[in-house]
Design a protein around this ligand. Structure first.
Ligand code: SAM
Length: 323
C-alpha cells in the first residue's frame, strides 16, 4: 500500500513540478493540498495535466490507507525531494527514533497529554510518535523556521488527519504555545546567528554566536510543565563543547536526566556527526530523580537479539525507576 500511495504522490508531484516550474518539494506540498481537498487547486495548469491529476487523486481516494501507510509514503516522497537539493538542516528524523520515543512515552504517560516539537521539520518524528500512541486525546503542537518544511508538515498532518497546531517561526523567540507535558525534538545543529535574541538565554555564548542545541534545550525546558518530559536527539558532541559545563550546571537546577542512549554508529555516514537520545524530566516539587540514569549503547538495528536485550534492559529500568 505504501508503494502504491508513493507512486500517486510522486506522479502528481512530478507533473506539478514541470507545470509550475518549481522544486519537487514545493510540488509535493501542492500535491498534498490537492489530494486532501480532492481537486486541482492551482491556476495555470494545462487542461491535459489537470485531467491526469484529477485521475490520480480519484484513484488515490478510492483506496483506504492507515496513517502509517500515509506517513511512510509521504516520507519516501520527501526523501526523494531532499535528494534533489541537499540541505544540511533539512534532514528528516528516522523512524527508529520516533519508535523509541513512543516506547518511552507509553511507559511514562497515561491519559491525555500535550506534546510539542519546536523543530518539527516535515512532521515525520511527531507523526511517527502520534501514530504509535494508543489514545487520540493528545494535543499536538509544532513549530519550524523553514517555511517549506512547515508546509510539508501541514500537508503531512492533514493527510494523516492529525490536528497539529503549527507555527512558522523561529522557535528561539517567544512562542504562542502554553507549557506542555512533553517536548520532543531532533535538535537543529550549528550556531544561532541572532545574538540579540540569544541574550534571553542563560546558555548563550559568552562570545560570538551561541550553540543552537543549548538554546533549544533551555527553551524547551521553559515550555514544559513542571514534572513534564523532554525527549531530544542530540549530537554526541553536546557534552564535549567548551561550554558543556554550563549546560550541566543549568540542567542540575532545572531537570533530572533520565536516560542517555547512544544511537548505533552504523546509522551515520560520518561518525563525527553521530547522535544520541537524551531524556529529561523537568523538576517539580515532590518528584525525585531516577535511582539510576539509563545509559545504553544501541546496537545496529538489524542485530535482532541485541535489540531485544536493550528493550528488556529498558523495561527493567522502567520498573525500577518509574514514580
Ligand atoms: N524532526 C524533523 C522531521 O522529522 O522532519 C526534522 C528536524 S531537523 C533535524 C531540524 C529542524 O530544525 C529543521 O526543520 C530546521 O528548519 C529547524 N530549525 C532550525 N533552527 C530553527 C529555529 N531557530 N527555529 C525553528 N526551527 C528551526
Amino acid at each position: 500500500m505504501v508503494e502504491t500511495l508513493f507512486r500517486y504522490l510522486d506522479d502528481s508531484a512530478t507533473l506539478l513540478q514541470k507545470e509550475l516550474d518549481c522544486s519537487y518539494l514545493e510540488a509535493l506540498v501542492e500535491t498534498g493540498d490537492n489530494a486532501f481537498q480532492n481537486e486541482v487547486q492551482q491556476n495555470g495548469v494545462s487542461e491535459v495535466t489537470k485531467k491526469r491529476l484529477e485521475k490520480i487523486y480519484e484513484e488515490m481516494n478510492r483506496l483506504s490507507y492507515t496513517r502509517e501507510d500515509i506517513r511512510k509514503a509521504f516520507q519516501l516522497a520527501c526523501l526523494k525531494g531532499m535528494r534533489e537539493k541537499l540541505h544540511p538542516n533539512r534532514q528528516m528524523t528516522p523512524d527508529t527514533i520516533g519508535i523509541l520515543f513512543s516506547f518511552f512515552l507509553e511507559k511514562l504517560l497515561n491519559g491525555p497529554f500535550s506534546i510539542f516539537d519546536p523543530a518539527i521539520g516535515t512532521g515525520n518524528l511527531l507523526t511517527t510518535i502520534l501514530n504509535r500512541l494508543p489514545n487520540d486525546s493528545v494535543k499536538a503542537f509544532g513549530a519550524d523556521a523553514d517555511d517549506l518544511l512547515i508546509k510539508l508538515a501541514y500537508v503531512n498532518a492533514n493527510l494523516q488527519e492529525h490536528p497539529i497546531q503549527l507555527y512558522n517561526q523561529d522557535s528561539l523567540k517567544p512562542l504562542f504555545v502554553d507549557p506542555v507535558d512533553v517536548v520532543v525534538c531532533d535538535l537543529p545543529a550549528g550556531y544561532y546567528t541572532d545574538d540579540e535574541q540569544a541574550k534571553e538565554y542563560e546558555l548563550r555564548a559568552r562570545e560570538g554566536h551561541s550553540y543552537a542545541p543549548f538554546l533549544f534545550i533551555e527553551q524547551s525546558i521553559r515550555y514544559t510543565k513542571p514534572g513534564g518530559y523532554l525527549l531530544f536527539v542530540i549530537p554526541n558532541s553536546l557534552f564535549e563543547m567548551e561550554d558543556s559545563m554550563r549546560l550541566h550546571e543549568f540542567l542540575k537546577k532545572t531537570a533530572y536526566i533520565q536516560a542517555v542512549i547512544q544511537l548505533p554508529l552504523s546509522m551515520f555516514k560520518n561518525k563525527n556527526l553521530a547522535k544520541s537520545l537524551f531524556f529529561l524530566q523537568k523538576k517539580k516539587e515532590g518528584i525525585r530523580p531516577p535511582r539510576q540514569v539509563l545509559l545504553a549503547n544501541l546496537p545496529s538495528f538489524d542485530e535482532k537479539n541485541a535489540m531485544e536485550r536493550i528493550f528488556s534492559d529498558m523495561e527493567r529500568w522502567f520498573s525500577e525507576n518509574k514514580q
